[in-house]
Design a protein around this ligand. Structure first.
Ligand SMILES: [Zn+2]
Length: 139
């Protein structure tokens, strides 16, 4: 994900991304958001929902959630949380399911495409960008 968009997520949800910038041997979140920009809105919406979850009754403290890792895997977004609740996991599962329908590169609707034996959520025209595989002109 581009540094500007990563910074927006980290600054908007500082508690959720408290592991951002940690030493890589401590927390995978140190590597940042290992997916492309097309999933920014999806992740922003997921984070907004997660930070609204309460630890108990309606007037209780927000659930103390921490993201351990955010990445693309097998064409969908994976959002790994530390200790969490079933309610949080339902939101994460929903975002993962939605990511299969959203182009990882540009954020519009997309179907799964196959490239080099792996699966991605991107329009064919954006597969190279979404997978960080350099496009070689003339091939
Ligand atoms: Zn696209």
């Amino acid at each position: 994900m581009s540094p500007d968009l990563e910074r927006r997520l980290v600054e908007t949800y500082p508690k959720l991304f408290s592991g951002y910038g940690a030493p890589p041997d401590k927390l995978p979140m140190a590597f940042g958001f290992e997916c492309d920009d097309g999933w920014f809105d999806l992740l922003d919406s997921l984070c907004a929902q997660l930070t609204m979850l309460k630890s108990g009754a309606e007037d209780s403290e927000p659930l103390p959630l921490t993201a351990l890792q955010v990445k693309e895997k097998y064409g969908t977004v994976r959002f790994y949380l530390g200790a969490c609740t079933a309610e949080a996991l339902i939101l994460v599962d929903f975002a993962e399911a939605m990511s299969a329908k959203i182009c990882e590169a540009c954020g519009t609707g997309a179907a799964h495409v196959e490239q080099r034996g792996s699966r991605h959520s991107a329009m064919p025209v954006h597969v190279s960008r979404a997978t960080q595989i350099p496009r070689v002109e003339g091939l």
